[in-house]
Design a protein around this ligand. Structure first.
Ligand code: 6MZ
Ligand code: ZN
Length: 372
């Protein structure tokens, strides 16, 4: 299938970090402004932004730079709007966007005000209607259109559901992690559905985040964890014991961990380009996507950081189809099996939303398929 076919297909994106999904053009524009103010030296950061090959360590250095560029509330609102529009423009119909609420006393930013700026950005996508399904509320009176953002892209209006996951950064303390969970609980009615644990995988201890994650789970928030991005069997085991509703990556699993993951049937968010670029997986030929796909383990194709890795959801589907569709290596699989929409459609089952949203998404997929 041509690239255009993947772009026009409806898609679900469940693993996208806000600050990792910013357009290069926006980052360069922000860097230029800070350069003019003398905060940074533009020529020093330009090549860092545009560089393509990055180790895991370099990626986290880049995030530190991006965070300097996106410090301001207004900029957070702007990038949120742009990121949602970019996903909508390639026919992502349901997006779970994740971001780490940040505190920065010098500019009067609290985790709460950061999140409010993100919510502003979501609203800005649709000037008509942005409301979220109130958690556990009777939704019979909520108009269907109020659950969806309308984005205008050229002449076509594209609808996209947006939900938020709040990330805990592995550099954070137990108290900071708990503050994020409490914020998520408070903002449930505004579209926050769950908690993610992310950040540099070689930093921090599981026991630091565990109390906050356990509390989140007890309170009924959905949980997804960056799991096994680097080898750490003890942590992987502890993470799976928490029974998260999904995990991200699962790159450095050994036999025992695969067995446990498969017996628990926990869906895996697969980020092919990210894993290859950061060297978490040696090459696409040995990527665990093939084994998981062939053993019918629940999985969903995602971008991770579409800006940082210059990718898109459509490109990731295209990569999966072309790389694993080849018959010249063991574990080849046909991701077009069951029709070209099937893999993307399967992801609906793993979203952090109720059956009503799932049903509506299935309708969107069905009518798009009929239009083919
Ligand atoms: C490449 N693999 C990865 N592994 C782990 N964490 C990652 C990541 N990619 C991104 N993040 C996490 O997301 C933050 C940026 O978005 P937000 O500031 O939250 O919007 C990064 O600082 C990191 O904590
Ligand atoms: Zn990630």
């Amino acid at each position: 299938m041509e690239m255009e076919g993947w772009v026009s297909m409806p898609k679900v994106e469940l693993h996208a970090h806000l600050n990792g999904s910013v357009r290069d053009s926006t980052l360069l524009e922000l860097a230029r402004v800070l350069g003019e103010k003398g905060v940074i030296v533009f020529s020093d950061v330009e090549h860092v932004i545009l560089k393509n090959e990055r180790s895991l360590t370099e990626v986290f250095r880049l995030f530190d730079l991006i965070h300097i560029l996106t410090t301001d509330h207004k900029i957070i609102t702007r990038i949120t709007k742009e990121v949602i529009e970019d996903f909508a423009s390639e026919n992502v119909v349901y997006l779970e966007l994740r971001t780490t609420p940040k505190k920065n006393d010098s500019i009067g930013m609290s985790k709460r005000s950061y999140l409010e700026a993100v919510l502003e950005g979501i609203k800005a996508v649709n000037t008509v209607n942005v409301a979220f399904r109130p958690h556990n509320a009777d939704v019979s009176n909520v108009k269907r259109s109020s659950l969806i953002n309308d984005t205008c892209n050229g002449s076509t209006r594209k609808k996209i559901y947006v939900r938020l996951l709040l990330s805990i950064d592995r550099r954070e303390t137990t108290e900071a992690a708990m503050e994020t969970v409490k914020l998520a609980l408070e903002m449930r009615d505004l579209g926050v559905v769950g908690i993610d644990l992310s950040g540099n995988p070689i930093v921090g201890e599981w026991m630091t985040f565990f109390p906050a994650l356990k509390f989140a789970r007890e309170q009924g928030l959905y949980i997804t964890l960056h799991c096994g991005e680097v080898p750490n069997p003890k942590e992987i085991r502890a993470m799976l014991d928490l029974l998260p509703q999904r995990i991200g990556h699962a790159c450095c699993f050994e036999e025992e961990e695969w067995k446990r993951l498969k017996s628990l049937n926990i869906p895996v968010e697969i980020c092919l380009t990210s894993n290859i670029r950061t060297n978490s997986v040696r090459s696409i030929e040995v990527h665990h996507f093939a084994d998981l796909y062939n053993s019918k383990h629940p999985l969903v194709i995602c971008t991770d950081d579409s800006g940082v890795f210059s990718t898109s959801v459509s490109k990731e589907y295209n990569l999966a189809a072309s790389a694993f569709g080849r018959s010249d290596f063991i574990g080849a699989c046909n991701v077009l099996e069951g029709g070209k929409f099937q893999l993307a459609r399967n992801a609906i089952e793993y979203i952090f939303a109720d059956d009503e949203v799932k049903r509506e998404l299935k309708e969107i997929f069905n009518s798009a398929e009929l239009d083919q």
